[in-house]
Design a protein around this ligand. Structure first.
Ligand SMILES: Nc1ncnc2c1ncn2[C@@H]1O[C@H](COP(=O)(O)OP(=O)(O)OP(=O)(O)O)[C@@H](O)[C@H]1O
Length: 604
C-alpha cells in the first residue's frame, strides 16, 4: 500500500484514503505487525531468545521433567562449539566468540533450573528478563551488526533503485560489510552491461543516498552479467599513508606502492617493465616516484640513473643512491646514449649465451632510467627522444628500463615518439579532463571506469598494469623529506654502478661530466677491491654536495644553503668541502661561500 502511495505521489497525485465499513482493519494491523517484526528482526533478536527460552523451558518441564540433567551437557557442548568453531559461523573476532559462549552458558544455566522448577517459579522470570536485557546490550550496540542491518535495509530497496536508474531486472545476490563500507554482488538483467552501470554511477549514488564519489562499480572477471557494487563509507585514504619502508631487496619482487580502498596493498612488479606516471601538477606524481625509488634503491640488482631537468629538484634528494643524474639537456642526451650502449651490450651478451631474457643479479644489474618531467626533456632535448624510444622498444628483455613521469603524456609532449605505447605499468594521478586519463592509461579507459578526473586528493591514483585490470583507486605511500633523506643515506652504501662499454675515441668523455661519472670512473691504480669500495662510497656521499655546488650562483653557495640542500651535518659538510677542495673539485669563493672548481683547476 505504501508503495502504491509513493508511486501516486511520484505521478503528482495526492493519495487519499477512503474509509468504509468493508475495510478489514484486523488484517491491516496484522500485516503491519508482521512487517514491523520482520523489519526489526535483528534488533528484536534478544527478545526472541527470551521468549524461546521461556517456551522451551515450559515444554521441557511439562513433557520431560528429567531433562534438566541433560541441559548442562548440551549447553557445554554448544559453548565449546562456539569457542572452537565460531569463526566458521561468522564470529570473526575472539570477543564475538566469547560473547556467544557467554550467552550459551547463561541460557544453559537458566534452562536447567527452569526445566526442573518450572519457568514461572520466582525468581526465574525476573532473572530471565534482567539477564536477557543486560546481555542484549552488547548485541544492540555492536557496530558491525548495526552496519549489516543498515546495508540489508538499503539493499532491500534495490528493485526500486534499479527501476529508478533504468536497470530493471538486476538483483542483489549477496552483500558483505567491511570496516570501510560494503560490497554487493549484483546480477545484471539480460543484455545489460557493467559499462552501462559505470555510466550511471552518479545516479546510483543518489539512489542509495551515499556521499558523492562513494560508489565504485567493478566488473567480475568470470561473469559478464555480474558486477560488484562497492560503497565506501569510511575512506581508508582520508589521511595520507606513511611509507612503511621498502618492501623489496630485488627487482624480481613486487613493489608495494600504497593501499587500495579496501586496505589491500598495491603490489606491482617492475621486472623487465617500463612505467609511466601521469597527473597534473600537485597530484602526487613525485610522491609516487619517491615510493618507486625508495624501493628500487634498496635492490641489490638495480642501478639507478636519473634525468631531472628541474635542475635536479626532484631527484637530488636521492642523489647518493643514483649512479648518474643528468640535470640539463646535454647531460641527458649523453646519459641516454650511454644507456642505449649498455642496452646493446646486454642484448649482445644475451644473444651470445643463447638466452632471451636477462635475469638481474648483483653482477648484472638492471639499469633503470628515471626521468622526471619527460615532456620537458622532449622539448629541451629532441635528440634524447631517439634514446628513450630505443630503450622503450628494446630495453625490456635485456633489463634496461624507463620510469617516466609527466603531467600530460600527449603525443607532442612525448616528442612524437612511441614511448607511451611501450609503457607496461601506468600510474594515473589526478587529471583535469577525462581524455587526459585516456592519455596516461590508454584509449577508452575513462569510459571503462578509470575516472582519474574524480580523484580528490594528492597521492590518489589508478594503476593499470599486468594483474591490475580493473579500475581500483589507490593511494601512494607518502615519503616525507626526512624519510627520503634517511632512506637515501641508508641505501647509499648499497648503491651499484654500471659502466657503458668503451666507445670510439671520437665521441668519448663529455666535457663537464662530474669527475666521478662512469667514463672517468675507471680506476687503474693497484688498490685492493675493499679500498676501491670505500673510495667509491666516500665519493658517492659527496655527490649531492657536488650537484648543489654545480647549481650554485656565480658568487657561490653559502654554508647554510649547502646544509639545507644536502641535509648533511655541519661537520660532515666541512669535511666533504675540504676533501673536494683538496681534490680540486671545489673552491672557496669568499667567506663561507663555495663553488665548483673552474675548468682546469682539477689537480687529479
Ligand atoms: N601519497 C601522498 N599522500 C598524501 N599527500 C601527498 C602524497 N603525494 C603527494 N602529496 C602531497 O601533495 C603535494 C604535491 O605532491 P607532488 O609534488 O608529488 O606533486 P606532483 O604531481 O609531483 O607536482 P609537480 O608536477 O608540480 O611536481 C605534496 O607536497 C604532498 O603534500
Amino acid at each position: 500500500m505504501r508503495r502504491t502511495a509513493r508511486r501516486m505521489r511520484r505521478a503528482g497525485v495526492n493519495p487519499v484514503m477512503y474509509v468504509d465499513d468493508d475495510i478489514d482493519f484486523g488484517g491491516i494491523a496484522f500485516s503491519a505487525i508482521v512487517h514491523f517484526l520482520w523489519r526489526y528482526r535483528s534488533e528484536l533478536a534478544p527478545i526472541w531468545v527470551m521468549v524461546s527460552c521461556e517456551a522451551l523451558a515450559l515444554a521441557l518441564h511439562l513433557q520431560y521433567p528429567d531433562s534438566w540433567t541433560r541441559v548442562p551437557v548440551v549447553s557445554a557442548v554448544l559453548t565449546l562449539a562456539i569457542l572452537l568453531g565460531g569463526r566458521w559461523l561468522g564470529l570473526r573476532l575472539a570477543l564475538e566468540r566469547a560473547y556467544g559462549a557467554l550467552i550459551s552458558v547463561s541460557v544453559g544455566v537458566w534452562l536447567t533450573f527452569a526445566a526442573k522448577l518450572g519457568p514461572g517459579k520466582p525468581p526465574l522470570p525476573a532473572f530471565l528478563l534482567i539477564a536477557g536485557l543486560v546481555l542484549a546490550i552488547p548485541w544492540w550496540v555492536h557496530r558491525r551488526r548495526r552496519a549489516r542491518v543498515r546495508v540489508e535495509r538499503t539493499l532491500a530497496a534495490w528493485p526500486e533503485i534499479s527501476s529508478a536508474i533504468e536497470m530493471v531486472g538486476s538483483r542483489v545476490q549477496s552483500a558483505i560489510v567491511d570496516p570501510w563500507g560494503y560490497r554487493a554482488r549484483i546480477k545484471l538483467a539480460r543484455g545489460h552491461t557493467v559499462e552501462q552501470a559505470i555510466a550511471k554511477t552518479a545516479e546510483i549514488e543518489s539512489a542509495l543516498g551515499t556521499r558523492r564519489g562513494a560508489v565504485r562499480i567493478l566488473p567480475v572477471a568470470e561473469k559478464a552479467n555480474r558486477m560488484d557494487l562497492r560503497v565506501i563509507e569510511n575512506d581508508p585514504h582520508a589521511n595520507s599513508l606513511v611509507w612503511p619502508g621498502p618492501s623489496i631487496t630485488s627487482i624480481k619482487d613486487q613493489i608495494e606502492l600504497g593501499l587500495f580502498e579496501d586496505g589491500s596493498p598495491i603490489l606491482v612488479s617492475l621486472l623487465r617493465r617500463h612505467a609511466l606516471v601521469g597527473g597534473i601538477a600537485g597530484s602526487g606524481k613525485s610522491g609516487g616516484l619517491n615510493a618507486i625509488i625508495g624501493n628500487l634503491s634498496a635492490c641489490e640488482d638495480v642501478v639507478l640513473w636519473g634525468i631531472d631537468l628541474k635542475r635536479g629538484m626532484e631527484l637530488m634528494p636521492w642523489a647518493s643512491c643514483f649512479d648518474r643524474i643528468a640535470t640539463d639537456a646535454r647531460e641527458a642526451e649523453l646519459l641516454l646514449n650511454d644507456a642505449v650502449r649498455i642496452l646493446d651490450h646486454k642484448a649482445e651478451l644475451l644473444a651470445k649465451r643463447g638466452e632471451r631474457l636477462a635475469v638481474p643479479s648483483r653482477e648484472e644489474p638492471a639499469l633503470i632510467v628515471v626521468i622526471d618531467e619527460f615532456a620537458e626533456l622532449a622539448e629541451e632535448s629532441p635528440n634524447s627522444v631517439a634514446g628513450t624510444d630505443s630503450i622503450a622498444r628494446r630495453g625490456r628483455a635485456p633489463g634496461t628500463q624507463l620510469v617516466l613521469a609527466t603531467q600530460r603524456p600527449s603525443q607532442s609532449a612525448m616528442g612524437g615518439s612511441s614511448v607511451r605505447s611501450q609503457m607496461d605499468i601506468r600510474l594515473c594521478f589526478r587529471v583535469r579532463e577525462k581524455r587526459d586519463a585516456d592519455l596516461t592509461l590508454g584509449a577508452g579507459m575513462h569510459k571503462a571506469g578509470w575516472h582519474a578526473d574524480r580523484l580528490d586528493a594528492p597521492g590518489k591514483f589508478f594503476i593499470s598494469a599486468p594483474g591490475h585490470d580493473y579500475p581500483r583507486r589507490g593511494r601512494a605511500y607518502l615519503l616525507s623529506d626526512e624519510i627520503v633523506q634517511q632512506t637515501a643515506s641508508a641505501h647509499s652504501a648499497g648503491m651499484r654502478t654500471i659502466q657503458p662499454p668503451p666507445q670510439p675515441a671520437a665521441t668519448a668523455n663529455p666535457d663537464g661530466e662530474l669527475s666521478d661519472g662512469p667514463s672517468k670512473d675507471v680506476d687503474r691504480s693497484p688498490v685492493s677491491s675493499g679500498e676501491k669500495q670505500a673510495r667509491g662510497a666516500h665519493r658517492r656521499s659527496q655527490r649531492p654536495l657536488e650537484l648543489c655546488l654545480r647549481d650554485a650562483p656565480a658568487d657561490g653557495a653559502s654554508i647554510s644553503d649547502l646544509l639545507r640542500m644536502t641535509g648533511m651535518g655541519r661537520t660532515t659538510l666541512h669535511n666533504h668541502l675540504k676533501a673536494l677542495e683538496r681534490a680540486g673539485r671545489a673552491r672557496r669563493v669568499g667567506r663561507g661561500r663555495w663553488a665548483p672548481a673552474r675548468q682546469g683547476d682539477d689537480c687529479g
